[in-house]
Design a protein around this ligand. Structure first.
Ligand code: HEC
Length: 201
């Protein structure tokens, strides 16, 4: 085994060496356009990750479609709509139910109080327009607003998303910064009160 891997190593190295000049030549030829292509490729991968990771489930308000609730892509990733006035969360009876969500799937009541999904569009006042990649990465990795503020509340899946690689987070952020701006000021979360705590106990 040892012998086999020793003899195969130089072969691999040789192959890599012989391939290198070709790769180099291609890159040099495309120099002018290379950075733009990289950014576009990053955003395209970010779009894919955002789609399959369920960000739309919570951050794109749902509307009623022909087959039931579906994300309203005209308000893509703009978070809980500021125009939607909510009544206090319902008081739940004794039993296994602990979480209630609004019809838009953007407001959630649970033992943590009421949380509203954030506006992830690049609006400078109400979205992530002023965030840097660092702000975004620190938030997801630490589970605190901008890496040092208040804890990011459920049901934002921080426990899972903090395991995204740096490259994945960079791709997600590149995509989020490229989507249409929606001005929508999401309300601050409401802390648990005796009534919501009892409602969701
Ligand atoms: C199950 C619902 C859910 C899913 C899925 C979800 N989020 Fe969230 N997200 C939330 C909620 C709720 C908040 C607001 C939490 C709060 O106010 O503390 C939030 C907040 C955020 C914030 C703002 C944090 C801050 O401190 O300002 C970012 C950024 C974010 N989510 C990104 C994403 C991305 C990117 C995805 C997909 C990869 C995603 N979320 C998927 C529910 C969700």
């Amino acid at each position: 085994m040892k012998h086999a891997s020793l003899t195969s190593t130089p072969l691999v190295a040789l192959l890599a060496l012989s391939a290198a000049p070709c790769i180099g030549a291609t890159t040099v030829e495309a120099t002018g356009a290379a950075p733009a292509i990289t950014e576009a490729a990053k955003a395209a991968r970010g779009r894919y990750i955002v789609t399959v990771s369920g960000c739309h489930d919570c951050h794109t308000p749902w509307k009623m479609g022909p087959k039931g609730p579906e994300p309203d892509m005209s308000r893509m990733l703009s978070g809980h709509p500021e125009t939607e006035a909510l009544t206090p969360p319902p008081r739940l009876p004794e039993g296994p139910w602990v979480v209630v969500a609004s019809a838009t799937n953007t407001a959630w009541s649970g033992p943590w109080g009421v949380s509203f999904t954030a506006n992830l569009t690049p609006d400078k006042d109400t979205g992530l327009g002023k965030w840097t990649l660092r702000t975004f990465t620190d938030t997801i990795r630490t589970g605190r607003h901008k890496g040092r503020g208040r804890p990011v509340l459920p049901p934002m899946p921080i426990p899972m998303y903090k395991h995204f690689t740096d490259a994945d987070l960079a791709a997600i952020f590149a995509y989020l910064q490229s989507i249409p701006v929606v001005k929508n000021r999401v309300p601050e979360p409401i802390p648990p009160t005796p009534s919501t705590a009892a409602a969701t106990r």
